[in-house]
Structure formats: structure tokens, C-alpha cells
Design a protein around this ligand. Structure first.
Ligand code: GDP
Length: 298
């Protein structure tokens, strides 16, 4: 097993030496490429992406002797190149309110991310309204209220089990009346009831479009980076349920190897707007490709 990132680094085993040993070189041959592929797959990059990355690294360099530092630099450059195409902050539009629909499975970090985003928008001088659209989970609504208090943002709720679309409509009405800059709508994450969830999300979109045909302006999919390759399946599923416009990757502060972000970028090309790096309100950072590549390669 590869040690967890970012403390571990991918390369200890590859070069078969301790990091402080004298510089050693290895020939970039099939054997080494295969080992590299294994490391990248173990780091959650997925087979297709790992193969593409190693092929690009070998291009024009096959048979050369390279030091660990050179291999690391090549890998970091390749990862950076892929990730630069998706590192984009969430686009902001002048429309009031700009509607941000937030989707994702339960436990992915939706509530926390909404709280963090609301706090960032507030700090930037924007007015925000939150709609607690996961009306089936009383605990989720309570949690969102706690985050709303922390961020200093009103959270609109509805009785347990009531129609989320009706809440979204009311929230849209209030946000418009208040002249709020942003309306963030939390949604249910019961992927096991796919048909219900699809209908629920479609209905929310339908009703808010009665108020603004361009809404939602952003549909954020929140993904837990520690779920590895599962994140790829979640993107596929949610793309069928909603018009996903961008991703927030959470829990990148823990033992997540983070390689799944490369697989996601390579496969879907969806922008990564932000990353979650902890449980506190300020623990949301813009996605920085170079920093990410450096942490991944160790
Ligand atoms: P939801 O069910 O999708 O709304 O998920 P929550 O926002 O309730 O988050 C689920 C758990 O993940 C909570 O314990 C959060 O504190 C935790 N969490 C969310 N984002 C992060 C993150 O970026 N880093 C860490 N370490 N934990 C997070």
C-alpha cells in the first residue's frame, strides 16, 4: 500500500531507497512505467488516467535514466497540465439572486460546504439566503441552521417531509424581495431513491425557473474525495439527475490520496471550484493545480 498523501509521497518504493539516500537514477523502461502505473492507480487515479499519464511522461523520454526528482517533476507537470484545465472559481453573475443549487450524496459535505461558501460570500460583502431543501432529514435542516448562524446568513426551512420545490419557490421569492445577491439551495442526497430524487431536483429547477428562466446559475456537485473511485460513479449518476456545472471536492485534508481528482478532470473535465480542507468555516480553498500536484507527488 502507498502511504497516505500528502505526508507519504508516491516515490519511496519506486526508487527502492530512502529519501535521504544519495541520488539514484532509474531507466524509464516498461518495468518502471508499470510500477508507476501501479502507484498512480493505488493513489486513486484510476486505470485509464494512470495509463494516459505514464504514457505522456514516457513520450520522448523512453530509455532515459532519470533521478527521482526528475520523475517527480515530470509527474507533477503532467498532473498540473491536466488540472489546470479544471481549476476555475465558481462563475459569478450580476443577476440577483444568483441561484446556486447544491447536490450530492448524504455525507459528502453539502451542508458544510454551503456554510463555508455562505461565509465566503458574506466576507466578500454579498447578501446570501440559504434554503434547507433536504426537508426529509430534520437533522440536515438543523445542521444547516447552525451553519447559517455561523455565517450570519438566514436559512429558510419548511416542515419535515414537505415539498422542497415549494420551499425553493418561497426562498426565491424572499431572495428576490430582499434583493439578495445569492440564493443557495441545499437538496436531498438519497441516491438510493433515484427516480424520486430526479423528480425532486427537476421540480425545484422548474419552479425557480418560473421566477428566473436562467436559474439555477450554478449547480454544484459536492464530492467526498475519500470515496476514491466512487466519486466517478457519483458524477455519472448526478449528471443524469441535474445539469452539474461544477464540483467541490471535500475532505482533502485527511488521508484522501486525491488522485481521484485527476481521474475526474481527465474523464469529465468539470470545473473544480473549491476544495474542502477541514470541518471549520474557513476550511474551503480555491483549487490550486500546482499545489495539488506537489502534494500528490510528495
Ligand atoms: P451532507 O450530508 O452532504 O450535508 O454532509 P455534511 O456537510 O453534514 O458533512 C458530513 C461530515 O463530513 C461532517 O462530519 C463534516 O464535518 C465533514 N466534512 C465536510 N467537509 C469536510 C472537509 O472538507 N474536511 C473534513 N475533514 N471533513 C469534512
Amino acid at each position: 500500500q502507498v502511504p497516505p498523501q500528502p505526508s507519504g509521497g508516491l516515490f519511496g518504493r519506486l526508487m527502492g531507497r530512502k529519501p535521504d539516500a544519495p541520488v539514484m537514477r532509474r531507466t524509464l523502461d516498461d518495468d518502471m512505467l508499470e510500477q508507476l502505473e501501479e502507484l498512480l492507480i493505488a493513489a486513486d487515479m484510476g486505470v485509464d488516467t494512470a495509463l494516459r499519464v505514464t504514457a505522456n511522461m514516457a513520450e520522448g523520454r523512453y530509455g532515459r535514466k532519470l533521478s527521482t526528482a526528475e520523475i517527480k517533476a515530470l509527474l507533477a507537470a503532467e498532473v498540473t497540465r491536466i488540472m489546470e484545465t479544471v481549476a476555475k472559481p465558481m462563475p459569478l453573475y450580476p443577476t440577483k439572486p444568483q441561484v446556486v443549487l447544491v447536490v450530492g450524496v448524504n455525507g459528502s459535505g453539502k451542508t458544510t460546504t454551503i456554510g463555508k461558501l455562505a461565509s465566503q460570500f458574506r466576507a466578500a460583502g454579498k447578501t446570501v439566503v440559504i434554503a434547507a431543501g433536504d426537508t426529509f432529514r430534520a437533522a440536515a435542516v438543523e445542521q444547516l441552521q447552525v451553519w447559517g448562524d455561523r455565517a450570519g446568513v438566514p436559512v429558510l426551512t419548511a416542515p419535515e417531509g414537505s415539498d422542497p420545490a415549494s420551499l425553493a419557490f418561497d426562498a426565491m421569492t424572499k431572495a428576490q424581495a430582499d434583493g439578495a445577491d445569492l440564493l443557495m439551495i441545499d437538496t436531498a442526497g438519497r441516491l438510493q431513491n433515484r427516480a424520486d430524487l430526479m423528480e425532486e431536483l427537476a421540480k425545484i429547477v422548474r419552479v425557480i425557473r418560473k421566477k428566473d428562466p436562467d436559474a439555477p446559475h450554478n449547480t454544484l456537485l459536492v464530492l467526498d474525495a475519500t470515496t476514491g473511485q466512487n466519486a466517478l460513479r457519483q458524477v455519472e449518476e448526478f449528471q443524469k439527475l441535474a445539469d452539474v456545472s461544477g464540483l467541490v471536492m471535500t475532505k482533502l485534508d485527511g488521508t484522501a490520496k486525491g488522485g481521484v481528482l485527476v481521474a475526474l478532470a481527465d474523464k469529465f473535465g468539470l470545473p473544480i471550484h473549491a476544495i474542502g480542507v477541514g470541518e471549520q468555516i474557513d476550511d474551503l480553498a480555491p483549487f490550486d493545480p500546482e499545489e495539488f500536484a506537489a502534494a500528490l507527488t510528495g
